[in-house]
Design a protein around this ligand. Structure first.
Ligand SMILES: [Zn+2]
Length: 502
């Protein structure tokens, strides 16, 4: 019987970390992933803040037997990473981290030191060919009771105190951090952004990535603007999840942890549904502890970590800080009654969205670029800011994002679910209707929301179509409920005018 002990891993780690064929032998058995069951998901439609990919937790997307393939010669390369060099990627991550920090507070009281040291131990175990000197290798714990974590492109990794609190062991917590570090080391955000999407409306900035992760109240059209950043940089397809899971396994074994502890962690998250972990579950798939490991007979000693117990006790004694955006120097959501917004002009004005679309919009609407999306809105219906339109009460948003599911209904569900972050009173009709946009067959649905801007009910129209490369084109119209009739006519005119350019 082969016996690997914790201290054997430690000895390896103390030396310079090397690529070992043994590491790849330690991968779990592969169970094919089950496609997301959208019938199940639509049955849960009332839970608008739930995740599109929660079912992936049960889907047991597993580590593959195929060994992790180092992306040879990638160091310093922008090829295959959407034109981003490691330095560009690190800059995106820095900008996004600054936004996340505006919405959250770093933990102190030694908890930060513990997490930093654990992060370093795992960083040291990353195979050297995946280490970039430009990247920010920090692991930061935020004072947030939700179950969240995020790997920003080029680092850093943020995890919430909620994740630390529910971790059943140091190894489980290490599994979560190792998984996030794997996405950074494998450059998954930019690899995905460059995965052949031909259709772009603009560039995605670090600010959009940070906003997409932050859970503060934001209007539907702001969420629509942020959606591509989330789809490209913060949620990963099944192949990349498998790759990350394989890398996690390598990092864990090299750091001296049982790699199956990552599965124990996700089981823990899965059993805490009332605390959601919804974004995490939507963004990742993790090996299930139910499944057979590919190393029968291997016995791992349970890691003893008095420091972990001390840290968790300290966390229990430290009350969470109120998560109030206004305490972080961010203005409270604009609470105004939108008034004086002129009705859509009967005259139309031809315009374009990137090189992708031609369309006509009411002549009294302005075009407001916002990353990989564009907003058209009348005067008085938005607040201009250097970062793009904010607090939009009337108008239309058009964006292009990576298809999250490969299925149009699933993609619409993902879009609406992302709108539900920060819009807890959003409800929508799960039955999608067929529609034709730019000669392509799409789907549409209508949602109702309480605007975080005005506190009043608003109507949301969502239309989506897949482009020839499979990416998702979506058009979202928003107007106050009592003006919905006149705006519905305007949206229809815009939709009928859309031409998709090839
Ligand atoms: Zn993942």
């Amino acid at each position: 019987m082969q016996v690997l002990r914790q201290d054997a891993g430690r000895r390896r780690r103390e030396k310079f970390p090397t690529h070992s064929s043994r590491d790849t032998d330690l991968a779990f058995a592969c169970v094919p992933s089950r496609p997301v069951q959208f019938g199940d998901l639509f049955a849960k439609v009332e839970r608008v803040a739930s995740s599109t990919c929660e079912s992936l937790l049960g889907a047991a997307v597993l580590l593959s037997l195929i060994p992790a393939v180092p992306a040879g010669g990638q160091s310093g390369s922008a090829a295959g990473f959407g034109g981003y060099t490691p330095a560009d990627e690190a800059a995106l991550g820095r900008e996004a981290a600054a936004v996340i920090r505006r919405h959250g507070t770093d933990m102190t009281d030694g908890i930060d030191v513990y997490i930093r040291d654990l992060g370093r131990r795992l960083m040291t175990a990353i195979p050297p060919e995946f280490i970039y000197r430009e990247f920010d290798d920090a692991v930061v714990v935020l004072d947030d009771p939700e179950l969240t974590s995020v790997a920003l492109p080029g680092g850093p990794v943020f995890i919430s105190r909620g994740m630390v609190e529910v971790a059943p062991s140091e190894a489980a917590l290490a599994g979560l951090i190792a998984h996030e570090l794997s996405h950074v080391a494998l450059r998954h955000g930019t690899a995905q952004a460059g995965a052949g999407e031909r259709y772009q409306l603009g560039a995605i900035t670090g600010r959009l990535i940070g906003e997409a992760f932050s859970d503060h109240a934001a209007g539907i059209l702001e969420r629509a603007i942020q959606f591509p950043a989330s789809a490209y940089f913060l949620t990963y397809d099944a192949d990349r999840e498998r790759e990350a899971n394989r890398m996690t396994s390598r990092i864990m074994t090299r750091a001296g942890y049982d790699p199956r502890a990552a599965a124990a962690m996700i089981q823990t998250i899965a059993h805490q549904r009332e605390r959601a972990g919804r974004r995490w579950a939507r963004c990742h798939s993790v090996p299930s502890s139910e499944d057979e490991p590919a190393m029968p007979g291997v016995v791992w000693t349970e890691p003893r970590s008095p420091a972990f117990a001390v840290m968790q006790a300290r966390l229990g004694a430290s009350p969470p800080r109120p998560n109030d955006d206004t305490t972080h120097g961010r203005p409270a959501p604009l609470r105004v009654v939108a008034s004086g917004v002129t009705v859509p002009s009967g005259e139309s004005r031809p315009t374009a969205a990137g090189d992708l679309l031609r369309l006509s919009v009411p002549a009294n609407w302005s075009r407001l670029p916002a990353g990989n999306a564009v907003v058209f809105a009348p005067e008085g219906a938005y607040r201009a800011s250097p970062d793009g339109p904010a607090a939009v009460t009337h108008g239309i948003g058009i964006g292009v994002a990576r298809s999250a599911t490969g299925d149009l209904h699933g993609d619409v569900y993902a879009l609406l679910t992302s709108f539900g972050d920060g819009n807890a009173r959003l409800t929508w009709t799960p039955a999608l209707r067929k529609v034709t946009i730019g000669g392509r067959r799409g789907v549409t649905t209508t949602a109702s929301n309480v605007s975080p801007v005005t506190g009043e009910f608003e109507q949301v129209s969502v239309v989506a179509v897949h482009l020839p490369d499979g990416s998702l084109l979506y058009v979202v119209g928003v107007a106050p409920q009592d003006e919905a009739g006149v705006y519905r006519n305007a949206f229809t005119r815009v939709l009928e005018s859309i031409q998709i350019l090839n």
